[in-house]
Design a protein around this ligand. Structure first.
Ligand code: IPM
Ligand code: MG
Length: 353
């Protein structure tokens, strides 16, 4: 297995180090791997002038999977748009055709009190958000800011071809089939034609999946339902922008965005795996960041790209064990638990393995 490692910015390098230690600890247990590191995001801008250098693109293309930390930070916020760290992330997603973003939101019972919602609302929560990742208003043309009638006018384009909707729909229906067999498609068809097509295509697709119950929800209502009664959801499928917003919202149901892994897959299950959270510049370099989302992303990599279910489950069980034993980084800390830093959390997971 050849893994391209992209630690990125902020807390990226610290959390990545722990994920790699966990993978190292599993060496020999049915797999071996080769890891090569490259630059992406702000650190790449500083070193090469671009957030997604050619060398990184080459390595990412030749690898079987990519493990990414996080990108971005305030020191790069005022650069021209093409040089912003986030551009690196969007470029790698687009170039490698990683159109299917899987963001599970699972509540570990030990963390029921870490959520800002009442424990009974979130206990047992297990949602999978399937977000389209290479289309929509994120990439649509035309886009820009122009002068018009003596003032500036900003514009972007929400666009989806039916083939793009169909391929993400298939991923979502297949995922639902392996879980609770319920799929909720989220759109804004009461206002946006683009998402009317989204709904129409989802309905057409559902004929191929009679065993999956398809429902539809407008995105504003979905945002409300996620905090009102989140356990009504099994799998949710939506476009790039709605998925960006709803997945952050869903992460908070679980107590901390520091717990949530994600996978971004192409049509052949080659994937980029990254925590759902960002680079957290405020705590970067302090050794306090939660590495569990990155460690769990490594587990998703073993499962989805390498079809190695057993070691994936081993990592996930180890994480459950350290939570049950009371280990907590600052983001999930509560009185009576044992507060640890990034590296100690990595140590605890490795010990539990
Ligand atoms: C995410 C992030 C990215 C996105 C940013 C950093 C470009 O918020 O992965 O959810 O909007 O997709
Ligand atoms: Mg986001």
């Amino acid at each position: 297995m050849k893994i391209c490692v992209l630690p990125g910015d902020g807390i990226g390098p610290e959390i990545m180090e722990q994920a790699l230690r966990v993978l190292d600890a599993l060496r020999g247990d049915g797999f071996s791997f080769e890891a090569e590191t490259a630059l992406i995001g702000g650190c790449a801008v500083d070193a090469t002038g671009t957030p997604y250098p050619e060398a990184t693109s080459k390595l990412a293309k030749s690898a079987d999977a990519i493990l990414l930390g996080a990108v971005g930070g305030p020191q790069w916020d005022n650069l021209p748009r093409e040089q912003r760290p986030e551009r690196g992330l969007l470029a790698i997603r687009k170039e490698l055709n990683l159109f299917a973003n899987l963001r599970p939101a699972i509540l570990y019972p030990e963390l029921a009190n870490a959520s800002t919602l009442k424990p009974e609302i979130v206990a047992g929560l297990d949602i999978l958000i399937v977000r389209e990742l290479t289309g929509d208003i994120y990439f649509g043309q035309p886009r820009g800011i122009r002068e018009e009638g003596g003032e500036r006018v900003g514009f972007n384009t929400m666009v989806y071809a039916e083939s793009e909707i169909r391929r993400i729909g298939k991923v979502a229906f297949e995922a639902a089939r392996k879980r609770g067999k319920r799929l909720c498609s989220v759109d804004k068809m009461n206002v946006l034609e683009c998402t009317q097509l989204w709904r129409d295509v989802m309905i057409e697709l559902s004929a191929d999946y009679p065993d999956v119950e398809l429902s539809h929800m407008l995105v504003d209502n979905a945002a409300m339902q996620l905090v009102r009664a989140p356990k009504q959801f099994d799998v949710m499928v939506t476009g790039n922008m709605f998925g960006d917003i709803l997945s952050d919202e869903a992460s908070m149901l679980t107590g901390s965005i520091g717990m949530l892994p994600s996978a971004s897959l192409d049509a052949n299950n080659k994937g980029l795996y990254e925590p759902s959270h960002g680079s957290a510049p405020d705590i970067a370099g302090k050794g306090v960041a939660n590495p569990l989302a990155t460690i769990l992303s490594a587990a998703m990599m073993l499962r989805y790209t390498f079809s190695l279910e057993a070691p994936a489950v081993r990592i996930e069980s180890a994480v459950k064990k350290v939570l049950a034993a009371g280990y907590r980084t600052g983001d999930i800390y509560e009185a009576g638990t044992h507060r640890v830093g990034t590296r100690e959390m990595g140590d605890a997971v490795i010990a539990a393995l």
